[in-house]
Design a protein around this ligand. Structure first.
Ligand code: GDP
Ligand code: MG
Length: 429
C-alpha cells in the first residue's frame, strides 16, 4: 500500500507539469492509505477535496517546482488533520486518565509517571480503579518497580473517595496521576463514574487513552468522554503493533483535541511525545516527508542537471563531484534516499556510495586536483600509468584513485539504469 502511494508520488516527482489526472491518481492512493489506516471516511473525503483543489489552483511558492508544490500541500493538509500535538507542560499538575478497559490506562499511568520523574518532577500515582479486581496490584507493582510513590485503597469501592484521599496524601508531589477504571464498552455507569471522579480531582490534564487498533468506534468513545470530562489530550497506545492509529486520530480531529503522547510498548519507558510528521509518515507507510521538504527549502541555489544527457553517458568526474557535494550538503545519502517519497529515484548504490562523508569528499577533491582537464572530462582515459602519476601528484594512494574511479562508474551505471522520460531532475546544491 505504501508502495502504490510511493508510486503515485513518484509519478508526480518525475513530472514536469502537474495535471488533474496526476493529482487525482495521487489523491486516490492517499485515500487508500488513510482508509487502510482506519482514518474516518468523512475526514478522508474532506482531505482529498482540499488537496485536489489546492494542488491545481494554487501557484507554487517561489523556488518550488511542481512536485514539491504538490507534496508540500499533501503534507500541510495531513498536518492540519493530525494537529500539532498537545503540549503538556513540565510543571506541577494533576492528570486524570480515562478510557475503555484494555486501552492501556494503567500501563500509561506508569509510563507518564516515569516520564515526569525522569524530568526531575516529584511524581505520585493514585489508583482510582475500584472496579476491576487486580487493578490495585497491577499499578502498585508497576510503580514500585520504577520507584514511584503509589496510593491506593484495596477493598474500597468508592472511586471518587479514593481519589480524594489520594490527592490528600500526595500533596507534596508535583505531578499526581489518577488512574481510573474502564469498561469493555461505553456502558453502564462508566461515564457517570468519570464525571464523579472528575468533580473531585478537577485535573489540569484529562487524557483519553485509546488503542491504536480502534476503528470507526473511536469517534463515539472520544465524544462520550469529552462530554463527560472535557478531555485535554489523547494518548494513542500500542503503536508498536501493526495498527496505524487512524481511528484514534479521526476521533482527535472530530473532538478538536490533540494527541499528547503515543505508547510504543509495554514497559514504562515506551512512551513518546507525539510528533505529527513522524506519525503521518508512518501512517502513509513512507519516509520522512517533512524533513525532506525542509532540507530542500534550506538549500539556496538550484542547479538543473540534464538527466537525459547524463544518461547518454556524459557524466564527467566534475559532474560526479558536484553531485556528491550536493548530496553531502543535504545529509548522508542513504538517509536522503530513504526520505524521498519517490523511493530514491531508482538509484541502486552500494553502501560505500551511500557513505559520502565530508572526509571522503575532501580526499576526492585532492585527487581530482591532480588530474588533467581531459581526465576529468573523460575518466575512461585514465590508465594504470596515469593512476600512478595522479597518486604521486596528490599524495593519495593508488587505491584511493581507483576507488574514486569506481565510484564514478557505479554512479554512471546507476544513472544509466534510471528509467527514461524523467526529463529534468533538480539537483540542489
Ligand atoms: P487499562 O485496562 O486501560 O488499564 O489497560 P492496561 O494498562 O492494563 O493495558 C492492557 C494491555 O495492553 C496490557 O497487556 C498492556 O501491557 C498492554 N499495553 C498497554 N500499552 C501498550 C503499548 O503501548 N504497546 C503494547 N504493545 N502493549 C501495550
Ligand atoms: Mg487499568
Amino acid at each position: 500500500l505504501g508502495g502504490s502511494l510511493r508510486n503515485a508520488l513518484k509519478k508526480i516527482a518525475s513530472a514536469n507539469k502537474i495535471d488533474k489526472a496526476l493529482v487525482d491518481e495521487a489523491v486516490r492512493e492517499i485515500q487508500r492509505a488513510l482508509l487502510q489506516a482506519d482514518v474516518n471516511v468523512k475526514l478522508v473525503m474532506q482531505l482529498s477535496n482540499t488537496i485536489k483543489s489546492r494542488a491545481l489552483d494554487e501557484k507554487p511558492a517561489p523556488g518550488m517546482n511542481p512536485r514539491e508544490h504538490v507534496i508540500n500541500i499533501v503534507y500541510q493538509e495531513l498536518i492540519n488533520l493530525v494537529g500539532r500535538g498537545a503540549d503538556i507542560p513540565l510543571k506541577k499538575q494533576n492528570i486524570m486518565l480515562v478510557g475503555l478497559q484494555g486501552s492501556g490506562k494503567t500501563t500509561t499511568a506508569a509510563k507518564l509517571a516515569t516520564f515526569f520523574q525522569r524530568k526531575g518532577l516529584r511524581t505520585a500515582v493514585i489508583c482510582a480503579d475500584t472496579f476491576r479486581a487486580g487493578a490495585y496490584d497491577q499499578l502498585k507493582a508497576l510503580c514500585e518497580k520504577q520507584g514511584i510513590f503509589f496510593y491506593g485503597e484495596k477493598g474500597n469501592t468508592d472511586a471518587p473517595a479514593v481519589a480524594r484521599n489520594g490527592l490528600e496524601a500526595t500533596k507534596k508531589y508535583d505531578i499526581r496521576i489518577v488512574d481510573t477504571a474502564g469498561r469493555h464498552a461505553l456502558e453502564g455507569d462508566l461515564i457517570q463514574e468519570m464525571k464523579d471522579i472528575h468533580a473531585v480531582v478537577n485535573a489540569d490534564q484529562k487524557l483519553l487513552v485509546m488503542d491504536a487498533a480502534l476503528g470507526q468506534q473511536a469517534s463515539e468513545q472520544a465524544k462520550a468522554f469529552n462530554e463527560a470530562v472535557n478531555i485535554t489530550g489523547v494518548i494513542i497506545t500500542k503503536l508498536d503493533g501493526t495498527a496505524k492509529g487512524g481511528g484514534a486520530l479521526s476521533a482527535v480531529a472530530e473532538t478538536k483535541t490533540s494527541v499528547a503522547f503515543i505508547g510504543v510498548g509495554e514497559t514504562p519507558a515506551d512512551l513518546e511525545r507525539f510528533e505529527a510528521d513522524r506519525f503521518i509518515s508512518r501512517m502513509l507507510g513512507m519516509g520522512d516527508i517533512k524533513t525532506l521538504i525542509e532540507r530542500a527549502q534550506e538549500v539556496q541555489t538550484e542547479q538543473e542537471v540534464d538527466v537525459e544527457s547524463l544518461m547518454r553517458g556524459k557524466f564527467t568526474l566534475k559532474d560526479m563531484y558536484q553531485q556528491m557535494e550536493a548530496m553531502n550538503k543535504l545529509g548522508p545519502l542513504k538517509q536522503i534516499m530513504q526520505m524521498l517519497p519517490m523511493g530514491g529515484l531508482g538509484f541502486e548504490l552500494s553502501d560505500k556510495e551511500y557513505q559520502m562523508t565530508k572526509d571522503r569528499l575532501d580526499k576526492y577533491r585532492v585527487v581530482m586536483d591532480s588530474m588533467t582537464a581531459a581526465e576529468l572530462d573523460d575518466p575512461k582515459i585514465i590508465t594504470a600509468s596515469r593512476i600512478k602519476r595522479i597518486s604521486q601528484g596528490s599524495g593519495a594512494s593508488p587505491d584511493l584513485v581507483r576507488e574514486l574511479l569506481k565510484s564514478h562508474q557505479a554512479m554512471q551505471k546507476a544513472l544509466k539504469g534510471m528509467r527514461g522520460g524523467m526529463g529534468k531532475m533538480n539537483m540542489k546544491r
